[in-house]
Design a protein around this ligand. Structure first.
Ligand code: NAD
Length: 515
């Protein structure tokens, strides 16, 4: 029988990525900080065991941290544009490995092959961004109130950055953080999700050749695996910044633990994103934005569209168009480009999805498009579900909760102010959007009394973002920003410097202190 792995050249891809002894327990990358328990990685596409990865024990973690700390002393002295040049080479290396790495992302995580390649492209893009940034780590100069004084600020590397990433972006989130951290002069210790560990090993293998070629210590990029390492990172005073991407539940724990030791965090947590469909919307555009937003990546993006807030005058028409589109969705193997919807990550996620539908029904939700588990030939992994649509009210507990699955809640509104209040009326604040051709509605939505989210789009869905902007959200999404714009400032420590080049010592605020 020809398996998905045979058909799509997965074994060949693993080989190219340096992951060969998959059944012996691949060690995790450069400095081999992994001699602990073994975790197994199964593909949600077909339920096949892809490989086994050794996790990091406490001792392995300690070794990794020591190497990272030593590497920092060297790396911070490398001029930033030179660090940028090394990151440029990493981008070139990722270009070479785009195909096998994209395939692995798709097969291990379950997102479509196009999205797998897209994720690697995002890594390449952030490398390019970081190269430019390496010559632009600017501080301001201020005028001193004292004569013959000069005042300015400068940014220094912050130290070791701990990166803890979620399963749904197995490689891109790491690169958003690591590439920026590296040009800033920091070193990175990465704990990938235990659900997609092979992606972590593959990235480390790609990066280590660049480090070696440039005689850079391996400790600049450390990989540790297993959940135990997560808590070691949270509690480790040597880690100045923890960039955590994951659920609000775990993020709350990370936030408290790191704050307790006065460490810094970037928190990128759950979303509950809505699209407002105005009576002035172009419904054909809504269709693409809403359907891709709700069912793309099987609803497993932090920016997935979870709620559709539709003007009462276009409600029936929008629902009818959506029902028709949902009827045409092809569910199946994510590596096959004819399919629109791949699997959920595992059976636990399927159970959460089924439970959420039951809860919505109990709270009074009306099923518009029926969901459920997809079974039969081609669906043996038990991870494929049907995208569903439920008419619901915003205050339902289940609507207030992020379920990481393709469930779309729809509801009506009559005034734009009401729509904005519904959109903002959830604990999360990541991504939001309005489809409208009315300039007044658009500006209101983007104004200070409009969307309360970190991302607010017009005539674009909620899902996905470009690397050039600062990415992140408010409220229970955690308030962190990463990737583009000036997000780099979180990876550095700011120092204010005042120099007196006169012969007197005047005090600030005119204070007299005569001796
Ligand atoms: P999760 O919270 O279950 O796991 C995230 C990471 O935390 C994993 O690497 C996990 O191993 C690790 N972890 C587990 N226990 C830990 C501990 N005690 N200390 C430190 N780390 C620990 O999330 P998930 O299921 O992998 O991902 C889905 C969630 O991530 C969703 O809520 C989604 O919205 C969110 N997410 C947010 C963004 C964003 O940018 N806002 C991006 C992607 C995913």
């Amino acid at each position: 029988m020809i398996t998905i792995a045979d058909q799509f050249g997965i074994k060949e891809a693993l080989k190219q990525l340096g992951i060969e002894e998959i059944n012996e327990g691949t060690s995790t990358g450069a400095a081999n900080f992994a001699n602990g328990k073994i975790i197994e990685s199964y593909s949600p596409a077909d339920g096949t065991l892809i490989g086994k990865v050794k996790t990091s024990s406490k001792e392995d973690y300690e070794k990794a941290m020591q190497q990272a700390s030593e590497a920092f002393l060297e790396w911070r002295m490398v001029p930033a544009p030179k660090r940028g040049d090394i990151v440029r080479q990493m981008g070139d290396e990722l270009r070479k490995f785009k195909e096998p790495l994209g395939k692995l992302v798709s097969y291990e995580m379950g997102k479509s092959l196009q999205e797998g390649y897209g994720e690697v492209q995002e890594m390449i893009d952030i490398c390019d961004f970081a190269v430019g940034l390496s010559r632009q780590l600017y501080g301001l100069t201020m005028h001193s109130e004292r004569p013959l004084h000069r005042m300015y600020e400068q940014y220094h590397p912050i130290g070791t950055v701990g990166i803890i990433s979620a399963f749904n972006f197995p490689v891109a989130v790491w690169s958003w953080n690591a590439m920026i951290a590296w040009v800033c002069g920091d070193v990175a210790i990465w704990k990938p999700s235990s659900k997609v560990p092979l992606c972590g090993v593959a990235c480390q293998n790609i990066i280590k050749t660049v480090l070696k070629r440039n005689n850079v210590p391996e400790g600049v990029s450390c990989l540790v695996t297993g959940n135990e390492s997560g808590d070691l990172i949270n509690n480790d005073k040597r880690i100045s910044l923890v960039s955590f991407t994951g659920s609000t539940r775990i993020g709350r724990h990370v936030s408290k633990t790191v704050a307790e030791r006065f460490g810094n965090t970037i928190l990128e947590l759950g979303g509950n994103n809505a699209i407002i469909v105005s009576e002035h919307a172009d419904i054909s555009m809504v269709l693409v934005g809403a359907v891709f937003g709700a069912v793309g990546t099987a609803g497993q993006r932090c920016t997935s569209t979870r709620r559709l807030i539709i003007h009462e005058s276009v409600y029936d028409k929008t629902i009818s168009v959506l029902k028709n589109a949902y009827g045409q969705l092809q569910i199946g193997n994510p590596l096959d480009e004819n399919n629109h919807v791949g699997p959920l990550i595992d059976k636990g996620a399927v159970q959460d999805y089924l439970d959420a539908i039951e809860s919505a029904k109990k709270e009074g939700g009306k099923i518009i498009v029926e969901g459920g588990l997809v079974e039969g030939e081609g669906y043996e992994s038990g991870c494929y579900v049907r995208p569903c649509i439920i008419e619901a009210e915003n205050h339902f507990d289940i609507v207030q909760t992020e379920t990481f699955a393709p469930i779309l809640y729809v509801m009506k509104y009559s005034t734009i102010e009401e729509a904005i209040a519904l959109q903002n009326g959830v604990p999360q604040g990541l991504s939001s959007s309005i489809f409208t051709n009315s300039m007044r509605e658009m500006e209101l939505f983007l104004s200070q009394s409009g969307s309360d989210c970190g991302i607010a789009n017009v005539n674009i869905g909620t899902s996905g973002a470009e690397i050039g902007g600062a990415f992140g959200g408010e409220k229970e999404t955690g308030g962190g920003r990463e990737s583009g714009s000036d997000a780099w400032k979180a990876y550095m420590r700011r120092q204010t410097n005042t120099i007196n080049y006169g012969t007197q010592l005047p005090l600030a605020q005119g204070i007299k202190f005569d001796l």
